[in-house]
Design a protein around this ligand. Structure first.
Ligand SMILES: [Zn+2]
Ligand SMILES: [Zn+2]
Length: 366
């Protein structure tokens, strides 16, 4: 009888340990590397958002984010009468003051330079002083942000308030910004939208691929967190977890976007993420059968839609199946003869590498 509570507490401890690990990373990375989760577009009552900055920090903690940027509209201040907001860094100061030493979550300073199209809305993150970006013309604000070493990106280029057809396209002003290295990234995902045209622009003009929540209300309401949903996030591939490393990786376009059940990014980075998160164990055969059994593990928080494109067939499933998040399945492959190793080519239907393009990846099973 006396061992029961100890046993119970050990179980509890194990369970808590599991939860902590599960929340630590959404995507597994190679040894010495990390896929850090970021949201670089967030509003509070200091522009047109509905909540105080502290709620943004609490949300990000609950959702397991590594880094968020506070990006209030510089010019659009609908709460001005109640919150005069003379210092445009205030939202960042309040949020970052909550962060404890050694905490996983980091908060960085940012601003949304808000204009009609063109150029529309431009975010500057990793800024030093938001007040210095307040200018009559948006170009001066963007130049000031660049002077501060900011990472600058184009927000919701597909926004239907600016583009009646929802199609993202460059104006001469955007081309000018890109050519002069004043604009470094583009939102391919904003809030609840995904723009294939913005993805095409990112790939063509070597802009960093970004996905953000642009949250104004509560993330729980907007993204159904209680039912397993998540806000759009940009994952940044880094070798250390510092904000400086995140900034450098953003400039180097080392990002993958996670939006609903999709990952979106450059082919090489999506392939890297897939190889780091899908594992095929050593296969085996029952002595008297020519059916290869192999355990396949998905270490990530995203279920993958797998389409096998090779010659074999499976004993228990069709060539299209789901590989569930943080789980293993068994594949039984009809190899006809006993093989030491085989190659299995797959198309991963929710791994987007371009407009209407999905990752093809061959797994070596041995
Ligand atoms: Zn905006
Ligand atoms: Zn915004």
């Amino acid at each position: 009888m006396r061992s029961t509570p100890i046993f119970f507490f050990s179980l509890l401890f194990l369970f808590n340990g599991f939860l902590a690990t599960a929340q630590n990373s959404f995507f597994n990375a190679a040894e010495g590397q990390y896929w850090l989760s970021t949201d670089l577009h967030i509003h509070t009552v200091f522009s047109d958002g509905a909540v105080w900055p502290s709620i943004r920090v609490e949300e990000a903690r609950r959702e397991g984010l590594d880094l968020i940027a506070m990006t209030e509209h510089l010019e659009y201040q609908p709460h001005e009468e109640d919150i005069p907001h003379p210092d445009r860094n205030r939202s960042y100061i309040l949020a970052s003051d909550m962060i404890q030493e050694g905490e996983k979550l980091q908060v960085i300073n940012g601003s949304e330079i808000t204009r009609e199209m063109p150029p529309g809305h431009i975010n500057a993150v990793f800024i030093k002083d938001a007040n210095a970006l307040l200018h009559k013309d948006s170009l001066t604000g963007i130049q000031q942000a660049n002077k501060q070493g900011a990472f600058v990106f184009w927000n919701h280029p597909n926004w239907d308030a600016h583009r009646k057809d929802g199609i993202a396209r460059l104006e001469p002003f955007h081309k000018f910004l890109i050519q002069n290295k004043l604009l470094h990234g583009i939102e391919v995902v904003n809030e609840t939208t995904f723009s294939e045209e913005a993805l095409a622009l990112a790939l063509e003009h070597k802009l960093t691929i970004l996905g953000t929540s642009d949250i104004h209300g509560l993330t729980d309401w907007a993204h159904n967190l209680s039912k397993g949903g998540h806000r759009p996030m940009t994952f940044v591939s880094v070798r250390d977890k510092s904000a400086e490393a995140v900034k450098e990786a953003l400039f180097n376009r080392q990002t993958v976007v996670w939006f609903n059940d999709l990952i979106i990014g450059q082919e090489a980075l999506i392939a890297k993420l897939i190889q780091e998160n899908i594992d095929f164990d050593t296969p085996s055969y029952a002595e008297d059968l020519n059916l290869m059994k192999v355990k396949v593990t998905n270490k990530s928080s995203l279920s993958f839609q797998m389409e096998y494109t090779g010659e074999y067939s499976f004993h228990q499933r069709s060539s299209v199946f789901t590989l569930p998040a943080k789980a293993s399945i068994e594949l039984i492959i009809k190899t006809k003869t006993k093989e030491k190793s085989i190659e299995l080519p797959f198309r991963i239907l929710n791994a987007v590498i371009g407009p209407k393009r999905f990752l093809d990846n061959t797994f070596l099973v041995k």
